[in-house]
Design a protein around this ligand. Structure first.
Ligand code: ATP
Length: 413
């Protein structure tokens, strides 16, 4: 079974709104065993929408349309669908009663709005909207089911899950598709591909590479007769690919790095203190995304100036003078300093040049030193990250989190 997804709205074509609806629907259809053959975005004009819907109905087994279902002048989807299917728009009495009930206390509702919301192409079924006013629609045209949903993402999702998912499950499609995300850090895409080459092809699994700002995700998609079959194919494939990638895999369940690291710290009862310069609090921000991290995160000090590094972390001014604020020596002193002040098990630090200006031949833009201190030891990592200022910050923060993770794994803490 193959589907076409059509999203409607000038704001999508103008680039002001990112089309997240298509991604959501495609992912869910895939999980329900329906492949997507194409996605199209169309302007708010019935004469442009109508031929696209008509063609999709001819070429696909299923069409899902979102957007333009509201009562405003730019909401023309129902007209367009009626035009494509050669039907009249008629007020659905039951829907109108439901809307009148819902809007009874809203005395300011413009006359005609409810009639416009209750108008549906003849022969269309309405799909209840538990979180908004615009109902979804389902109709058959040229033997193809066309679902029409509001554009507001949470309304679209509510109707999809409440009505469409159940209807598709009822069709008992013969394939079940499931996806798992294996997340890695510290290896290039080409190196991963080389290491995985001997295990290809992975039986029954499609493997996709998704490079991120920090790290590469591997998307494994299994296709099987049922969910249990897909799960067992995925378990087998994950077990095979994790071997050659070793510690570079930080999650086989699609979790973010900071979640994994935060949980490791909490589970091990380890306390941590952070001193950040070029990452400006990003490492601390990421860790504070993790519920329960107060048990481990003692403090995060953003010490941007030399004075702050000396005053709030106890870094020797002479050290900064001699080696510069962006140096292995200062990174180490920042990590040890914050650890000592906090009385924490671990101290980490960042100091670098995020750019775009401020680089020299010896110390280029993207150079970041990351300090790491623990009872009886310390370590400094030097990296030159490429990319924009934002990317350098994100990559440095991810690298620091990964240093913490690897330390905890290596020491068996
Ligand atoms: P309403 O009842 O609110 O008028 P609607 O069905 O008419 O809903 P639109 O007016 O097209 O929907 O869009 C409503 C909101 O949903 C807008 O903020 C729009 O940017 C957003 N939106 C529309 N289509 C998409 C999409 N494909 N992906 C993400 N957001 C979308």
């Amino acid at each position: 079974m193959r589907a076409t997804i059509i999203t409607i709205g000038d704001e999508l074509l103008g680039g002001e709104t990112v089309d997240t609806n298509s991604a959501y629907i495609a992912r869910r259809l895939g999980e329900l065993g329906v492949g997507v053959r194409s996605m199209v975005s169309v302007a708010d004009r019935p004469e442009e929408i109508s031929p696209v819907v008509d063609r999709a109905a001819r070429e696909s087994d299923l069409v899902v349309v979102t957007g333009g279902l509201g009562p405003t002048v730019d909401d023309v989807t129902k007209q367009a669908i009626a035009l494509a299917a050669g039907r009249e728009l008629k007020v659905d009495k039951q829907l109108l009663e439901h809307l009148e009930e819902r809007f009874r206390d809203h005395s300011g509702v413009r006359p005609g709005v409810l009639e416009s919301l209750a108008a549906v192409p003849e022969g269309a079924r309405t799909l209840g909207n538990p979180v908004g006013a615009a109902a979804g629609l389902a109709l058959t045209h040229k033997g193809t089911t066309i679902y029409v949903l509001p554009g507001v993402p949470h309304e679209m999702e509510a109707i999809f899950e409440g009505s469409i998912a159940a209807e598709l499950k009822g069709l008992a499609l013969d394939r079940f598709r499931k996806t798992r995300l294996v997340r890695t850090i510290g290896l290039r895409e080409s190196v991963i591909a080389e290491r995985l080459q001997p295990m290809m092809p992975l039986g029954g699994i499609a493997l996709g590479y998704l490079p991120r700002t920090a790290g590469v995700d591997l998307r494994l998609t299994a296709s099987a007769a049922d969910e249990a079959g897909a799960d067992s194919l995925l378990d087998e494939a994950v077990a095979r690919i994790v071997g050659p990638l070793g510690q570079h895999v930080f999650s086989t369940e699609g979790e973010p790095l900071h979640t994994v690291v935060g949980r490791m710290l909490i589970e091990r009862g380890m306390t941590i203190a952070i001193a950040e310069s070029c990452t400006g609090g990003l490492v601390g921000h990421l860790l504070t995304e993790v519920a329960g991290i107060s048990a481990s995160l003692e403090r995060d000090i953003v010490a941007y100036s030399n004075t702050a590094k000396a005053e709030s972390l106890g870094v020797d001014r002479a050290l900064i003078h001699e080696h510069g604020a962006v140096s292995a020596e200062v990174a180490e002193a920042m990590a040890s300093g914050v650890r000592r002040l906090a009385g924490a098990d671990l101290g980490v630090s960042t100091t670098g040049i995020a750019g775009p200006d401020g680089g020299t031949r010896e110390k280029p833009v993207g150079l970041v030193y990351m300090g790491f201190a623990w009872e009886g030891g310390s370590q400094v990592a030097k990296n030159v990250f490429r990319g924009t200022r934002e990317m350098v910050k994100q990559r440095a923060a991810a690298r620091v989190l990964d240093m913490i993770r690897c330390h905890l794994l290596d020491t068996g803490a």
